[in-house]
Write a protein that binds this ligand. Structure first.
Ligand SMILES: Nc1ncnc2c1ncn2[C@@H]1O[C@H](COP(=O)(O)OP(=O)(O)OP(=O)(O)O)[C@@H](O)[C@H]1O
Length: 547
């Protein structure tokens, strides 16, 4: 802690005490032991990094190891073409297509550089609209690569999108959870769905138990998730369950978009504490965060401040006082560093020159600092680093022979797991089940009366076709509601399999499909939104149309 940090408040003390009161977490079964992957490669598995670190104050930090992963991104630039309003002048202007495209494009990320190591948390900070989510999406390969310029390397080697998908996980801001399932059941269903069936049930269970400990959810393991009507786990625990679902396969890189949003300071702190633990188990954690408290800042190893798509600071949070004092705006004593930085950035954004001076200063400051700190440490090649990581229990997979299936599980197993999850949830909400069942019976009854006693004339045949079309469309729209969940699960399940450092043909097929699934998911969401808009418009027209 630097002299610029305010002393911890009484509330912070209480928070710390609460955290120290959490049950002592036992060291979980090592996944390397469970899976025994990599042992055959002759890799050293004697000191696996995958273990649980206690949350309490008494916990000791795990010993620092060699750093096998080093993610670096350089000069990331991303722009989108925005639609211009059509009017008389724009329609008849003599601009060429290229000029029009240029004038319509909006730069969301402008030459962003940064790095992240395993065992560390990189936090992307900035005001609303500064480009945090866009950067996380760009790093996580969630935006089209063609429109993204710059380089993304892992251990100095270009990170192909298919490999990135295989070794990473992305935790979205919103929690989509089944309210009537317990925390343990939620994670078990996730394990059944996302881990290959070659892993036995007991190994999947062991993974879930390890995860519950790692997430600090032991006390809430048997509690239902809950919703507005049913009391369940707290908001912070919910967020940790969401994280758990996405890291069931223990990814090497974890991306999170605002994991602390909407949480009180204690819950937010505990979520980040869990992320620190995940990082210490050998992952790179990259998250966006609005305005972290100084205690959260203490858990973060690197920060990247953005302003309107530009980098205004990139480095250790400990260097913030030096950076701002070199810039001519020293951080006053007892002031929160991030708050000061964000306020100054906001102030500069409002000035006529904007943040240009700060952006330029950061570039020169980084150059001087990097030339001073440049280390010549030797890194493992990407292939060996991934192998070593798997041997320590990362990327949970049943793959031992190096061959990769397209999905973790065949479609019918996925359907069965999803159906079982749905039935378990519905059984605990009988009222919802009865209402849905009643709706189906009523629809069926109406259909039956409309198409009652059809004869064998051409008209009867036509009406039979109508019944079929009507029934099909009703079934489709009823099921379409569940499609986003299914697609989300399925697209993530693509990522779980490819613990293959070798770029095999199977691997490439797998990841192409994963890409398609993400695109499809987006398209579906867009289509659903458009449909909703059209419906609303039609409704409005009905209301306002003269009768
Ligand atoms: N497809 C798009 N077309 C046009 N503008 C976009 C598009 N996507 C994002 N933007 C704009 O880019 C800017 C950055 O958006 P982004 O969501 O990354 O910000 P953010 O820092 O994550 O904000 P918040 O903290 O509010 O989530 C915003 O001004 C947003 O309106």
């Amino acid at each position: 802690m630097s002299h610029n940090d305010p002393p911890p408040s009484r509330r912070d003390d209480q928070d710390d005490r609460r955290i120290s009161m959490l049950p002592t977490l036992r060291v979980s079964t090592k996944l390397g032991q469970i899976l025994r992957i990599g042992a055959s490669d002759g890799l050293d598995t004697s000191n696996p990094a995958h273990h649980v670190v206690e949350l309490g104050e008494t916990s000791t930090k795990p010993p620092r190891r060699n750093v096998p992963f080093f993610l670096s991104f350089n000069d990331l630039t991303y722009s989108v073409v925005t639609r211009r309003e059509m009017n008389f002048t724009t329609s008849f202007s003599r601009e060429t297509a290229a000029e029009k495209k240029l004038s319509n494009s909006k730069i969301l990320l402008n030459g962003i550089c940064g790095e992240a190591k395993d065992g560390e948390i990189l936090a992307v900070l900035g005001a609303s609209g500064s480009g945090k989510s866009t950067l996380i999406d760009a790093l996580a390969n969630r935006i089209r690569r063609e429109s993204l310029k710059g380089t993304l390397t892992l251990n100095g080697e270009p990170l192909e999108s298919r490999l990135l998908k295989a070794i990473s996980a992305y935790v979205m801001q919103d929690d989509i959870l089944y309210p009537m399932l317990t925390v343990e059941e939620t994670l078990i269903f996730s394990a059944k769905f996302r881990l290959p069936r070659s892993l036995s049930g007991s190994k999947k269970r062991a993974r879930v138990e390890a995860l519950i400990d790692q997430l600090g959810l032991r006390n809430a393991a048997k509690t239902v998730i809950g919703d507005e009507v049913h009391r369940g786990i707290s908001g912070g625990e919910r967020r940790r369950v969401s994280i758990g679902i996405d890291i069931i396969h223990d990814p090497i890189i974890l991306f999170l978009d605002e994991p602390t949003s909407g949480l009180d300071s204690t819950s937010a702190f505990m979520v980040v504490k869990v992320l620190q633990r995940i990082a210490q188990s050998g992952s790179i954690v990259i998250m966006s965060v609005h305005q972290p408290s100084y205690r959260i800042l203490g858990l973060v190893d690197r920060v990247l401040f953005l302003s309107k798509g530009h980098t205004v600071y990139n480095g250790s949070p400990l260097n913030l006082p030096l950076f701002f004092s070199d810039f001519g705006h020293p951080i006053p004593e007892n002031e929160n560093r991030t708050e000061f930085a964000l306020d100054l950035i906001r102030e500069l954004e409002g000035s006529p020159r904007g943040t240009k001076s700060l952006v330029e200063f950061n570039k020169s400051w980084q150059t001087t600092k990097n030339s001073r700190n440049r280390s010549n440490s030797k890194r493992l090649s990407l292939k060996n680093a991934i192998r070593a990581s798997i041997s320590r229990g990362k990327l949970v997979s049943g793959t031992t022979s190096g061959s990769v299936a397209i999905f973790a599980n065949p479609c019918w197993i996925e359907m069965m797991v999803l159906a079982e999850r749905n039935i378990t949830n519905s059984k605990r909400m009988p009222e919802l089940f009865v209402v849905r069942f009643g709706a189906v019976i009523v629809t069926g009854f109406i259909l039956a009366t409309v198409f009652w006693k059809l004869d064998n004339t051409p008209r009867g045949v036509q009406e039979r076709l109508s019944v079929l079309a009507f029934a099909m469309s009703t079934t489709f729209y009823t099921c379409a509601e569940s499609l986003p969940v299914f697609l989300q699960e399925r697209s993530v399940s693509f990522n779980k399999l490819a613990s293959c450092p070798n770029s095999t043909r199977a691997c490439s097929g797998l990841n192409e499909k994963a890409k398609e699934a993400t695109t499809l998911e987006r398209q579906m969401a867009q289509e659903a939104m458009e449909k909703e808009k059209k419906k609303q418009l039609a409704k409005d027209m009905t209301i306002f149309s003269p009768t």
